[in-house]
Each structure stands twice: as C-alpha cells, then as structure tokens.
Design a protein around this ligand. Sequence first.
Ligand SMILES: *Cc1c(COP(=O)(O)O)cnc(C)c1O
Length: 397
Amino acid sequence: MQKQQVVELDKKYFMPVFSRYQLVLSHGEGSYVYDTDGKKYIDFLAGIAVNVLGHGHPGLVKAVCEQAGKLIHCSNLYYTEPQVQLIKKLAELSGMDKVFIANSGAEANEGAIKLARKYGKMQSPDKFEIVTAEQSFHGRTLATLTATGQPKYQEGYEPLPGGFRYVPFNDKAALKAVVSAKTCAVMIEPVQGEGGIHVPIDDYLQYARELCDQYGAMLIFDEIQSGMGRTGSFLACQGYGVKPDIITLAKGLAGGVPIGAFLATEKAAAAFAPGDHGSTFGGNPLACAAALAVLDAIEQEGLMENAAAVGGYLIGKMQAMQQKYPALIKEVRGKGLMVGAELTRPGREVVDLCMEQGAIINCTAGNVLRFVPPLNATRDQVDEVVAIVDAVLGKWQ
Ligand SMILES: *Cc1c(COP(=O)(O)O)cnc(C)c1O
C-alpha cells in the first residue's frame, strides 16, 4: 500500500480521536523501527514505554509464537500454567500477595478503584472518596478519566462518577488537608508520566503512606508507566522504599501484547469475593506467556541495572543540552529511563523535526520532551538521539 492510501483509509474509517504523525511503520529491530519506505528511526518512545525489550526480541517472539500455537485463549473458567506462573512471578517481584490480570492500564486502574471502594464500604458506607493528584493520568474509561487530575480528559463526558478529590502533586499539606475518614484510597503515580515526568520530592510517597495508615485508606500506586524496571528497580516505589496496598501495571508488562494487572496485599484483596470482578480476555495464556518472557529478560539481561545506568547517562546528556540551550530547556527531570526535558516552547515542532532526522520521541503536557526507550537501550543509542535533539534545538539558537 502507498503511504497516502493508508493515511486516507485511516481518515475515512478510524474514529477521529488521534492526531497521528504522518508515518506508516512496518517493522522493527531492537531500538530501531522502519517505515514502509524503508527509512530507519531510532525509537526512544518505544510505543509509549511499552516495548521494554525493543522490537523483535527473540525470547519474546519465541514465547508468543509457541504459546499461539498451543492455546491463545480459553477464558477464566479454567486454569492455565502461564497464568499461575505469571501471578507467582508478579507477587514475588512486587511483594504483593494477590494478582488480577486485565487487558490494559485503564482496566487495571478500574479494578484497583473497585477494590478500594469495596474495601472502604466494608469499613463504613461513607468511606468511598479517592484522592488523586493534579497532572496525573490514569486512563480513558469513565472512572479512570475521572481519577485523572486533568480537566482536558474529562470535558464533555459529564456527569462523571462521584467521590474523586484532587490535590497538587508533591504537596504534603494539600494531601493532609483532603485525606479523611471518608478516604478509601489515595491513588498516585510514583513518577508522573503523561503529566510531564514529575518525580516525587523527598518523603512525599512515604508521607502518603503514613496518612493512609492513619485513616485506614488504601494507598494505590499506578506503576503502569513507571514499573517493569523502567526507573531502575522493578517498581519505582521500591526505589523510594515505600510499599502501597495496591499496585497497577500495564504498558511494558508484556512488551507490547495487551495486558494490565492489579496487585494487592492479602488484607486489601480480601475485600473481593467470587463474582465481584472479572474479565473475558484478561490473563489469557498468550498475554501471560508474553509477560513471563518479558520478566525473564528483564532479570536475565540485567535490564533494571541498565535502565538505571543508561538512564543516568541520558539525564546527564540532556542536562548538558540544557546548559547549551538555557533559553530553550527549562528543566530536565526523570529517573532511570523515564526522562523528560521541559521546554520553554511547545514541543510538537521539536518532535516533528527529530522524526524527520530519524529519531522518535514524543512530547507530553504540551512542552515536555519525553524519552522512554527500550530498557536495553545503550549509551551509543543515547548519543545518537541526543545528537539529533542537539541538531534540532540548534535551529532556535
Ligand atoms: C498509559 C497509562 C495508563 C492507561 O493505560 P491504557 O493501557 O492506555 O489504558 C494509566 N496510567 C498511567 C500512569 C499510564 O501511563
């Protein structure tokens, strides 16, 4: 197909919700993807923090092919080996006791919200409030876009589900002012992603933990973007030494095969009884086999260590860019391979020009360049991307 044909078919038949880049991708290898004209791009967006092993990772491809030939799906009316292996592995890696497997991030968060509500209701009929952060992102379903502390995702969808309260991120006094006996959960991304890559200050997460303990509320960490080794530990919260009651995962968990999960302590999970939640596709053997292959590779290939080391290198390189272009780069933030560079101008044009020069990154929150590459990215690849960013920013100098 010609590129123009693809673009026209999309325009004719796809719901008009995306403003896509004019790029038709065909295949990838490692940290690189190719378009249908054969042009090569270094991929430092990785499907928005999804392709944690890069493209075409042999272990992941093999696991998916083998499992597809055996059993793709059989419903949750039956047991499968990949599913029990995955939940055991996730419990071990996270320190949680119970796991539910869903199909996406939003669905994982929906499940977490339902569990927290159920838990709260069992304590008191008024214990249903969920406190979330401004600039957060938790998904696009009605409950999760309501949890998302950004009005732009909510406008037009009212009436929204009730019981959500918002506080500025990293503001302990604001959190203290809102959390009460009515709070069933505080839901936070330990490192905010879509909102512009914001890392927690000092003891913010620990403070949230203490407030939740004081009021008998569940602490939910949305690790959908920050988890799976991206920040240098399996979960970002482990790097900050704070243990929540409920954790949600998705994005990189199966390296691109759709999956989501929510994990909880025994105490939290006990609020659920048979019939309280479910999913047709969630946890099917294909997605579970893919996730197992991803988790194996993260451990065996030392990808958490790599994320910490190469991420530190990337942050250093971008800080050097900030010194070179102080009028263009306001701040560089991040942890591991979750890095943002806040610009003093809109980011879209920078992203477009980088793409022209063969580097895929994106812009979030309007003016934050976001780098969330595969976890096996190398220093040389960082150099390659930063050289392109340098060349592009040079145009405004
Ligand atoms: C991407 C994301 C979600 C939503 O995941 P989907 O799979 O798109 O539903 C939720 N929370 C965070 C932190 C995310 O980054």
